[in-house]
Every structure is written in C-alpha cells, then in structure tokens.
Design a protein around this ligand. Structure first.
Ligand code: 4H7
Length: 228
C-alpha cells in the first residue's frame, strides 16, 4: 500500500514513520510512505504557501496553487486518480470501520492542512473525503495523518506478525480488550488471576470474553449498542 502525504513538514513523517512496525513494513516494501513538501511547489519567489483570507479575519489560509501542483506531481502519470483524504476537524470522525475500509485501498493521498486550513477550491477540486481523528483542535493535519497511516497500515496483510493480533483487538470485535498479564506472578502484592495459569484454554477464552464485556459495560456502554 502506498501513502503520499502532502505536508509543509515532511521531516515529521521521516522521523516517525521509519520506526517500529511501520518502519519494518516499509523495509519489506509492503508499505510505501512518501512525504511531499508542498512548499517545493510554490511558484512564489519567497516560496510562500499561505496568504490572507478574503473577507478578513485572523490567521492565514494555505494557497491553492502549491497544493494543486504537488498533487499533480503525484497523479500526473498514474492510470487512475487515488483517493485524496483531507485531515480536518470538519471531517467524519475516524473509526475502525472506516480504517478497515481504507485498508482495502492500494494508494491514498493525505493532505495535511495548517494555519486556518486550505483554500476551499482545493477541497472542491481534489479532496474525496474529509476525516477527523476526533473532536479536538490540533495545530496541523500531520498527527492525524500519522494516526490514519498507523491504523490503516497495521491491517495491510503481512504488516503485523500474526493475523490473530488483528482479531482480538478492542474496537475490532466491537468490545474493549481484556486485561493483559505477564511475569512476575506477583507484583506489588497483586497476583495474576489463577485461571490464566490453569492451561484450560476454553475457560481462559471464556474468562477473557467475560472481562471484555464487563469492561465495555463499565467504560464504553455506547459500544454495546453498535454491535451487530
Ligand atoms: C484553530 N483551527 C485552525 C485550523 N485547523 C485546521 C483546519 C483544517 C485542516 C487542518 C487544520 C489543522 N488542525 C487540525 C486538523 C485535524 C484535526 C482533527 N481533529 O482531526 C484537528 N485539528 C484546525 C484548528
């Protein structure tokens, strides 16, 4: 799967995306992440990428030309237009269902806004979907883009070491995850539930399902309504 990220801060991506699972997936060529610097496409002699908003008001708006030309540099010799996602507070809030849907795509272009956002004509001209990672305000679209890349990439076949890691995920079967324990058996006077040491796999499975339900009821009862 290929991600092309249109951003003013490509270095952020180089730093984060070469680490851990995503980094290994890139080495294995299962995932490709390209950060394209919008500023490189500014035709302005001072490489300006923003300007004052028509109608006044505070802040600056990202000008359309550099973004459009950066976009063209990606799609100009592609047989078909990849899906373009704009990370913004106006978007539909990302959830696992949407993540699963996006993981089926071969190629995604992610547009990261800054300042007060991008000129509306860019959204009309090239953006297919607006996605928000939650109802809170950030300084830019880069962190939302990384959240999207991480959540989608881990569902691409062979990125995760084993499929089952994918199955028992919170928000995967619609429930929160059961509690996890590892050695030592006793820590700060707290012991591991004996069922987990019983070697009785059916009972352990039963206990884990029970814990997931209990936790979901306590912490996220809203998730129970959505379950089919
Ligand atoms: C004061 N506003 C200035 C304009 N800005 C903005 C507007 C449009 C696009 C990008 C941004 C960058 N910020 C983001 C981005 C995403 C999210 C999210 N929830 O996914 C939250 N914030 C929003 C903040």
């Amino acid at each position: 799967m290929r991600f092309d990220v249109l951003t003013l801060f490509p270095d952020i991506f180089h730093a984060v995306m070469k680490e851990s699972i995503i980094g290994r997936a890139q080495e294995k060529n299962i995932i490709e992440i390209n950060a394209i610097n919008i500023r490189d496409f500014s035709k302005d002699k001072h490489k300006k990428v923003d300007d004052y908003p028509y109608g006044g008001g505070g802040g600056m708006v990202m000008t359309p030309q550099p973004i459009y030309d950066a976009y063209l540099s990606i799609v100009k010799d592609l047989p078909h237009k990849p899906k373009v996602i704009y990370l913004s507070p106006q978007g539909k809030v990302l959830n696992q269902k949407k993540v699963v849907e996006l993981s089926k795509e071969k190629h995604l272009i992610l547009l990261c806004g800054h300042y007060e956002g991008v000129d509306e004509r860019i959204i009309e001209e090239i953006v297919d979907e607006e996605i928000s990672i939650g109802d809170y305000v950030l300084t830019g679209g880069e962190i939302p883009a990384m959240v999207l890349i991480d959540s989608v990439s881990r569902l691409v076949p062979d990125v995760l070491p084993s499929e089952d890691a994918y199955k028992n995920e919170s928000h995967y079967n619609g429930l929160l995850e059961y509690p996890q324990y590892t050695r030592p058996y006793e820590f700060m006077g707290r012991k591991v539930p004996d069922i987990l040491l019983s070697g009785h796999h059916a009972k352990i499975e039963e206990w884990r399902k029970e814990q997931s339900l209990k936790r979901t009821l306590e912490k996220r009862p809203d998730l129970l309504k959505k379950r089919d």
